[in-house]
Design a protein around this ligand. Structure first.
Ligand code: AMP
Length: 213
């Protein structure tokens, strides 16, 4: 099963992608997590990516495409994978399609989680994430069992710098201009599925499960 998650930042792609990856037993590949890991480890890629991420801008295509194309050819991806946060531009989608065609594969689904901008801004202000394992919480909608502490690994949760309201608005602008065109790209290829992302986490998951099973 090869799935791409689409949707604005904060639409719930990461949360749903993790749930699907677990259910289908396939790797969850988040380019945002890969960059954050590189920043934490002080790599040259992390340093380059950080200058864009902190402003809510996209990291240039050339820093992302090869990384993902290599990743999806690793052994653990032979039964499929779920891509979260990639592709984000038409050139990235094209690079993915070219790489898949070369190895005789194609995507099964591009799942678009739809949430209006105003809901996103409200959600992001309450979002907290785990800097160690990447788990995502919301202070009201999905709080951890112990305030401020990750349920999965016990690490103190953080408020991501790029979740600040001004940065979120930039990220939404970037999403509408650069990423939304992917909806038509995948519609034309007959793999697009749209779900209502304003519902609860479990409801959205149910909608996705009914599409892929
Ligand atoms: P995310 O965790 O998916 O919201 O990604 C956080 C940030 O990482 C984005 O705002 C971008 O700056 C960068 N990023 C992640 N994935 C990509 C991508 N496919 N193309 C360009 N930039 C990306």
């Amino acid at each position: 099963m090869k799935i791409v998650m689409l949707g604005a930042p904060g639409a719930g792609k990461g949360t749903q992608a993790k749930m699907i990856a677990k259910k289908c037993d396939i790797p969850h590949i988040s380019t945002g997590d890969i960059f954050r890991e590189n920043i934490k480890n002080g790599t040259p890629l992390g340093a380059k990516a950080k200058t864009y991420m902190d402003k809510g801008l996209l990291v240039p295509d050339e820093l992302v495409c090869d990384l993902v194309v290599d990743r999806i050819q690793q052994d653990d991806c032979k039964n499929g994978y779920i891509l979260d946060g990639f592709p984000r531009t038409i050139p990235q989608a094209q690079a993915l399609e070219d790489a898949l065609t070369k190895i005789g594969q194609k995507l099964d689904y591009a799942i678009d989680i739809e949430v209006p901008d105003e809901n996103i801004i409200r959600r992001m202000s309450g979002r907290r994430s785990c800097p160690k394992c990447g788990a995502i919480y919301h202070v009201v909608n999905n709080p951890p069992k112990k305030e401020g502490i990750c349920d999965v690994c016990g690490t103190e949760l953080v408020f991501r710098a790029d979740d600040k309201e001004e940065t979120v608005r930039n990220r939404l602008d970037v999403y509408h201009t650069q990423t939304q065109p992917l909806i038509d790209f995948y519609k034309e290829r007959g793999v697009l599925q749209e779900v209502d992302g304003t519902k609860s986490m479990d409801d959205v998951f149910g909608q996705i499960v009914s599409i892929i099973f």
